[in-house]
Design a protein around this ligand. Structure first.
Ligand code: BES
Ligand code: ZN
Ligand code: ZN
Length: 496
């Protein structure tokens, strides 16, 4: 696979990429773009089914070296999200043929859809750009001397339709945020320590014009960031809160959207240690923070909203030592709420609680979104199709639902209720961090967090334990981290 995709200005490309719907002939618009007629011939071949993600190739003999016809599935229920899948197929096929450039002319088939289908060529271009960018991600930097290095290759894409082209540029930009999140997620826990993530955040901030500050050491105590201190204290890699700030060109005329990300660089479970293989993969317990990190990159470089955005990355390693926090400890948070620790493996909510308190107290937030790989229970409930979302503010939730549709990072509402809050009461402190029953684990997490958000502030909690990684190649993704949340948050911020 190529290492980068860039949008080039006009010029002839190696490959012309056209599109075809299932059971349909090549449309007249697409035919015009391929005067050789080779594409039209190929689209009549038996294997040119138009099935989503299928590719047939033709060799025109003059002009382009090749023509690809990518299948877009059934015309009657077209959805722009399919273009990410199609982009995955296109990227793989281009990479196989070692093409250096491609003219993405998929818009030609789309503009033939009926008005009632309401296709927005800009949104379609964005989905295609996201897919091409996502497909080009790899993580080879840790390959050593026993691996033969691969050629570094670049793909330049062209497009002659202004709207679709604008969308492609946006989508490639957004895919960068997703890919940054994936690279951070993939980085192993001996490298990606809280301090390392802070140094990466500073580098990113310098490049994109964000402001970055880090709360660490003694300052965690002065700021009463109890969850970070307690969860992080057994590790030699000390905890920190990374604060990234985007300020619009016009200045701070509005209250900020605040993003809080669980950034557990490793979750061993602590003294309630994970057993039976449950620890494997817990380097990805930082993926909420990684999504926020990637989103901040997209916000600064692509979205550029006219409202400030503040990100709080709550970084710690949940480890064991004689200094570890333990089940039975009682700790007090910044807002005065006391918590009995019943399970040190329910650590994510403790560091998120600090971020939520800080946000309410110090940031005057217009809205707060927290995102975390919080519970295995949400994987049981929703699998990898939807992230769990808790949000009782109708307007904010509508924005998140739309952002989920636009990014295809889907969220499904789960409930808050006074009974769940009651379930979290402790016999010795105000609340406990995990109820002694297995009931409603993901909802318990949300109920716990609700004790740290001030009434009246629109707030959403998103549990991405099921969606932050995938174990199979699908659409533009390869197995591994998905960067889930980076594009969801970017789309949310754009709509807010
Ligand atoms: N990081 C885990 C949740 C998780 C599980 C993320 C699977 C990704 C994949 C979290 O800190 C955890 O251990 N949660 C416990 C909560 C329980 C102790 C209340 C869980 O889900 O079992
Ligand atoms: Zn845990
Ligand atoms: Zn965890």
């Amino acid at each position: 696979m190529f290492d980068s995709v860039t949008l080039a200005s006009r010029g002839t490309a190696n490959v012309l990429v056209l599109a075809q719907f299932k059971g349909e002939k090549l449309d007249a618009n697409s035919k015009k773009l391929d005067p050789s007629g080779a594409g039209a011939d190929a689209s009549g071949r038996a294997e040119a089914t138009g099935e989503l993600g299928s590719i047939v190739q033709a060799f025109p003999g003059n002009g382009h070296e090749r023509v690809f016809i990518v299948g877009l599935g059934n015309k009657d229920c077209f959805d722009p999200a399919r273009l990410r899948t199609a982009a995955g197929s296109i990227a793989r096929a281009l990479s196989k043929t070692k093409a250096a450039s491609a003219d993405i002319a998929v818009h030609a088939a789309l503009s033939k859809l009926p008005k009632s289908a309401k296709v927005d060529l800009h949104a379609c271009g964005s989905a295609m750009g996201e897919g091409l960018g996502i497909a080009s991600w790899n993580y080879d930097i840790l390959r050593g001397s026993a691996t033969t290095p691969k050629d570094r290759t670049k793909l330049a894409i062209h497009c002659n339709d202004a709207k679709f082209r604008g969308g492609l540029a946006r989508g490639l930009g957004l895919s960068e945020g997703t890919n940054i999140a994936r690279t951070l997620s993939q980085t192993p826990p001996n490298i990606a320590t809280p301090a390392w993530i802070a140094s990466e955040a500073k580098k990113m901030a310098r490049k994109t014009g964000l402001k970055c500050t880090v709360v660490q050491g003694k300052a965690l105590e002065t700021e009463k960031l109890t969850g970070l201190i307690e969860v992080g204290k057994a590790s030699e890699h000390k905890p920190c809160m990374i604060r990234l700030e985007y300020t619009p060109a016009r200045g701070k005329t509005k209250d900020p959207i605040v993003l809080v990300g669980k950034t557990m660089t490793y979750d061993s479970g602590g003294l309630s240690i994970k057993v039976g293989g449950g620890m494997r993969g817990m380097k990805r317990d930082k993926d909420g923070g990684c999504a926020v990190f990637g989103a901040m990159h997209s916000i600064a470089t692509v979205i550029k909203p006219n409202r400030p955005v503040v990100a709080l990355l709550m970084c710690a390693e949940n480890s064991i030592s004689d200094e570890a926090y333990r089940p039975d400890d009682v700790i007090e948070f910044r807002n005065g709420v006391t918590v009995e620790i019943t399970n040190t493996d329910a650590e994510g909510r403790l560091v998120l609680a600090d971020g939520l308190c800080w946000a309410c107290d110090k940031e005057s937030p217009a809205a707060i979104l927290d995102i975390a790989t919080l519970t295995g229970g949400v994987v049981v409930a929703l699998g990898s199709t939807y992230a769990g979302m808790w949000c009782d503010d109708d307007d904010f939730r509508a924005i998140l639902d739309d952002a989920g549709d636009a990014s295809d990072e889907r969220v499904w509402r789960l409930p808050h209720h006074a009974e769940y809050r009651q379930l979290m009461r402790s016999p010795v402190a105000d609340i406990l961090n995990s109820a002694p029953v297995r009931a409603a684990h993901p909802v318990q997490g949300a109920a716990f967090l609700s004790y740290f958000v001030e009434d009246g502030i629109p707030w959403a909690h998103v549990d991405i334990a099921g969606t932050h990684s995938t174990d199979k190649d699908s659409g533009p993704f390869i197995s591994g981290p998905t960067g889930f949340g980076a594009r969801l948050i970017s789309e949310m911020v754009e709509r807010f």
